[in-house]
Write a protein that binds this ligand. Structure first.
Ligand code: NAP
Length: 414
């Protein structure tokens, strides 16, 4: 039964609203209304598969006591078809009103066209932390010898850095004005016809992200938080991120955490906060992954690091993610890969990324039992070698399943 709605296209289902406690955590009713965006390309296939597993696990764990009232939100191609607009404002309003949502991937044109819908959503809703847990699941094929040594949670700053969208096109009048100003004011010589972009990195933006990472380390009994940056080159942006991180430890977490320089690398029973340069970090996650636990980093670094780490544990087809504002409680869970257009509508790809994002969402809601049974069922299905094409091509004697059949396999293993 749909209820009367202030929205033009979104239909609100019968259910109850999630509320946010003072500490930013979710207070979840037994029948929460949760928004979903199907996504473009492979989005509809992986969403259908994931929804089936999520609903089945909830039923399996809680019977009729709990269920999610799914509410469709529009963005991307489907929004254009339904609302005549790729990014209707009511989608943002509904996420603000209903607090928690989950989305499939959305297409972004390269080198022109409209701005990334993903980036716009993160910025408009101020979802400042992109959280990506990276761990190996038994049975998943990996290109490294010991993928089980990778167990990290990446906190990537989501609203600043070179992703903030402050760019001017080469040859435009505005770019020339900025170029002339930079020369006159700072003596910076920039070649004519250069594209220009800004890399804003603020103390507030850095500290709130690093605060979320340290709080996560405390909550999950993690041993260290590593600040990953390129502060050796970009001193007043990436270097400042590191400096503000160490400052924050002293200001707010002195009883539970300590910076490397203040303990000579021996934190006792406190959480060790250390830092590393982004390029050497990409080597160390391959050679010494066990030394890293929670990672806090800037926007662009975080994007590269997430995919590099995902590759070590089976690829982006299996990497989950969430965009969270730990102050307002708004949370948008999402598949971390793109729309893989060549596979659109083929019922072929791996739904694990979106499904595991749903698992993160269940944990966020406090429905831990349902989250845990899905992970166990997923591992069982991988170990039975009943997998989608991406894993089948890396395994001997695998049974290759379609996306929907894989989801059914997971449900059968609940
Ligand atoms: P992509 O869509 O992630 O696909 C790259 C490759 O990754 C695919 O060809 C496929 O590899 C593999 N892959 C992706 N998802 C998979 C899945 N569920 N199961 C198995 N394999 C999977 O990256 P892209 O081609 O660079 O981007 C396409 C579009 O997506 C662009 O418009 C881009 O902007 C957008 N995008 C959106 C998001 C988002 O919404 N969060 C994120 C990234 C990109 P094989 O070819 O080897 O099979």
């Amino acid at each position: 039964m749909a209820v009367s709605s202030p929205y033009k296209y979104i239909k609100i289902p019968a259910g109850a609203r999630i509320t946010v406690r003072e500490d930013g955590t979710a207070e979840t009713p037994d029948n929460p209304i949760i928004g979903f965006i199907e996504g473009d390309g492979i989005g509809p296939d992986i969403w259908k598969a994931s929804q089936h597993v999520l609903d089945s696990a909830i039923k399996h764990c809680y019977g009729n006591k709990r269920s999610i009232a799914w509410m469709e939100l529009y963005a991307g191609k489907k929004a254009d078809e339904v609302c005549g607009n790729y990014f209707p404002h009511e989608t943002l309003d509904a996420i603000r009103e209903f607090i928690v949502a989950i989305k499939g991937p959305l297409t972004t044109p390269i080198g022109g066209g409209f701005r990334s819908l993903n980036v716009s959503m993160r910025q408009e809703l101020d979802l400042f932390a992109c959280v990506r847990p990276v761990q190996h699941f038994k049975g998943v094929p990996s290109p490294v010898k010991n993928p089980q040594h990778v167990d990290m949670v990446i906190f990537r700053e989501n609203t600043e850095d070179v992703y903030s969208g402050m760019e001017l096109q080469a040859g435009s009048e505005d770019a020339e004005v900025l170029r002339a100003f930079c020369m006159e004011r700072f003596g910076w010589e920039i070649r004519p016809e250069s594209g220009l972009g800004l890399k804003p990195t603020s103390e507030e933006g850095s500290k709130r992200l690093i605060r979320a990472a340290i709080n996560h380390a405390i909550k999950e009994n993690r041993k260290s938080v590593t600040l990953v940056h390129k502060g050796n080159i970009m001193k007043y942006t990436e270097g400042a991120f590191m400096k503000w991180g160490y400052q924050l430890v002293k200001e707010e977490f002195a009883d539970v955490a300590v910076g490397w320089a203040d303990c000579n690398g021996d934190p006792g029973d406190k959480i060790l906060v250390k830092d590393t340069i982004a390029d050497i970090f990409l080597q160390q996650i391959l050679t010494r992954p066990m030394e890293f636990d929670v990672i806090a980093t800037l926007n662009l670094n975080g994007d590269y690091i997430s995919d590099a780490l995902a590759a070590q544990v089976g690829g982006i087809g299996i990497a989950p993610g969430a965009n969270i504002n730990y102050e307002t409680g708004l949370a948008l869970f999402e598949a971390t890969h793109g729309t893989a257009p060549k596979y659109a509508g083929l019922d072929k790809v791996n739904p694990s990324s979106l499904l595991l994002s749903g698992v993160m969402m269940l944990k966020h809601l406090g429905w831990v039992e349902a989250a845990d049974v899905i992970v166990k069922a997923l591992e069982k299905t991988y170990q039975e070698k009943k997998v989608t094409y991406d894993f089948a091509r890396l395994m001997d004697d695998a049974t290759e399943l379609k996306c929907s059949a894989f989801a059914q396999g997971v449900v059968d293993n609940l």
